[in-house]
Design a protein around this ligand. Structure first.
Ligand code: HEM
Length: 140
């Protein structure tokens, strides 16, 4: 029965994640505000890491070997507004990839579970991995 399948399987497997993340990071890297956080990171790397991470989270093969989202973003000041803007770009990307509204909702719900771990209200909440690490805090 379809209900027994993982979200990863119901989304059609790895090729769906590759497709969505290509569309999504094209938008993120072109966005006047969001792109400021990605200036020194190759887009392909982010696409691959996000793909492995979400596949693992949604019941697919365990291949992700990066940091946890909380520690990967600990030096970034991410507001609720920025988080929600990113979520809108992700929603648009899933739609453009031809995925059903029901599956898009499930994907977005999974993504939104990270909002509390990533959002900060001041630089005082940011943590540097080493003393000279830059805090990423950009306004619109
Ligand atoms: C507005 C919100 C977000 C911004 C601005 C943002 C930005 C970034 C940036 C700049 C990196 C590269 C970090 C580095 O390599 O030093 C990164 C990595 C990553 N992000 Fe985000 N991100 C956001 C939200 C999210 C969310 C919601 C998730 C998960 C659902 C996520 C998952 C990841 C993953 C898995 C990596 C790779 C970490 C690693 O390679 O160790 N991000 N993000």
């Amino acid at each position: 029965m379809a209900i027994d399948k993982t979200l990863y399987e119901r989304l059609g497997g790895k090729s769906t994640f590759i497709k969505v993340h290509k569309i999504f990071y094209d938008k993120a890297y072109a966005h006047p505000w969001l792109s400021k956080y990605f200036t020194d990171k190759p887009q392909e790397l982010l696409e691959n890491q996000q793909t492995d991470f979400m596949i693992q989270l949604m019941g697919g093969p365990k291949r992700y070997s990066g940091k946890s989202p909380k520690s990967a973003h600990q030096h970034m000041l991410i507001s609720d507004e920025l988080f929600e803007l990113r979520a809108q770009l992700l929603s648009d990307s899933i739609k453009e990839a031809g995925i059903s509204d029901a599956l898009r909702e499930e994907w977005l719900q999974t993504d939104a579970t990270f909002q509390r771990a990533l959002v900060k209200t001041s630089e005082a909440e940011c943590i540097r991995a080493y003393p000279t690490q830059a805090i990423l805090n950009f306004s619109k």
